[in-house]
Design a protein around this ligand. Structure first.
Ligand SMILES: *Cc1c(COP(=O)(O)O)cnc(C)c1O
Length: 372
């Protein structure tokens, strides 16, 4: 959206220097030869794929990871050269587009490779693939040496497909208990060792493993949630090797202020009933923006105080109980810092009984992202 044509005061402010700070510190923490794959799937966890990718590139990331063909093509339209890999399963008919646009695909089935081989003569450049090992996540990937060999041999037999990497994904790297994690790492190492040639890029670590585990960096790490300044879990948060800087703030303004009397109700269903005379402010943000109804009761920051969202959250607006009379236009911080106080994404996640990952992904397209 054209920034000049934003009239509604609701916006997400993305601090790209925080993203760069988080990557630069990760790089100091990693061994010097380890590459950083910046995970920018889901529109960079809601932060904006192209802007985040460009900032990550400047901070030293050497590859991007997305989830779908559409995300890869969207990013490729703005990022000319840097390799982009798709972490998820990809339909066979995308392979020619991937070869043409230098998009690296995830493979784990020899049938898939055989079907793509039939079209590979037409590729104008070799198709790069990373083989996915399911070492215990139970999602996608080859699970045995035999399956790995079948995929690997099928690729070797094809002319225009090359194995650029091999990777796996941990289910429990962010937890204190290491039993499953240790087992997954062992399975992965064994499968990698069974290959006749080590691929260029062996990678396993997500954010949690890259920050708190040893001996798992291999050639690259896939850095997602903490690039955005959020810890993957409370366990990892306690063991962070450096402080993270959150990149996203969510702000709006009061568009209406009124005094209501004891017994008056607010919003759909009249579920909120004033216990005394109260000042109520209306904020132009609602569940269609990602401020879902479960956030009723959540506080916002206004002029250095906390004010609760009251009554049912509407599609486009919600109401807050003000500590005193305030002016229309007063700034409202839903996520982020104001004066001495801060509302972290974790606070929303706790209220909604979910993980921090879900919160920025939930902010809809209607909320303009403003970059700083
Ligand atoms: C999303 C994803 C990541 C990034 O995970 P974080 O916990 O955000 O670092 C890494 N690898 C794969 C395969 C993923 O799907």
């Amino acid at each position: 959206m054209n920034e000049l044509l934003q009239f509604r005061p609701t916006k997400a402010i993305i601090d790209l220097s925080a993203i760069q700070y988080n990557i630069e510190n990760l790089r100091k923490h990693l061994q010097s030869n380890v590459e950083v794959i910046a995970v920018v799937k889901a529109n960079a966890y809601g932060h904006g794929d192209v802007q985040v990718a460009k900032a990550a590139l400047e901070a030293g990331a050497t590859m991007f990871a997305v989830a779908t063909p559409e995300e890869a093509l969207h990013l490729r339209a703005s990022i000319e050269k840097t390799p982009i890999m798709i972490l998820g399963a990809v339909p066979v008919n995308f392979a020619p587009y991937a070869a043409k646009a230098n998009i690296t695909l995830t493979v784990f089935s020899s049938e898939w490779v055989n079907e793509v081989t039939l079209m590979s003569k037409e590729f104008n450049a070799p198709l790069k693939v990373h083989i996915k090992v399911d070492s215990g996540m139970g999602r996608i990937g080859v699970r045995t040496e035999k399956e790995l060999k079948a995929v690997y041999d099928a690729i070797t037999m094809a002319n225009n497909i090359e194995v650029d990497g091999i990777f796996t994904h941990f289910a429990t790297a962010d937890e204190e208990d290491t039993e499953q994690y240790d087992h997954q790492l062992e399975v992965f190492k064994e499968l990698v060792a069974s290959l006749p040639v080590k691929p260029r890029l062996v990678h396993a670590a997500n954010t949690a493993a890259s920050l708190v585990k040893e001996g798992v960096q291999f050639d690259a790490v896939r850095f997602g949630i903490s690039m955005y300044g959020l810890a993957p879990s409370t366990f990892v948060e306690k063991h962070l090797p450096y402080e993270l800087h959150p990149a996203l703030a969510l702000e709006s303004e009061l568009v209406h202020v009124k005094k209501i009397a004891k017994g008056d109700t607010v919003s759909y269903g009249g579920t909120y009933v004033a216990q005394q005379d109260e000042w109520i402010g209306t904020v132009p943000i609602g569940y269609a923006d990602g401020v879902i109804r479960g956030l009723s009761g959540q506080e916002v920051l206004i002029d250095g105080s906390r004010a609760p969202i009251i009554g049912r959250i509407c599609m486009d607006q919600c109401m807050i109980r003000l500590p005193r009379k305030m002016a229309v236009g007063e700034k409202v911080v839903l996520i982020g810092k104001q004066q001495q106080d801060e509302i972290q994404i974790q606070e929303w996640a706790d209220r909604l009984d979910t993980i921090v990952y879900e919160i920025p992904c939930m902010l809809s397209q209607r909320v303009p992202r403003i970059y700083r």
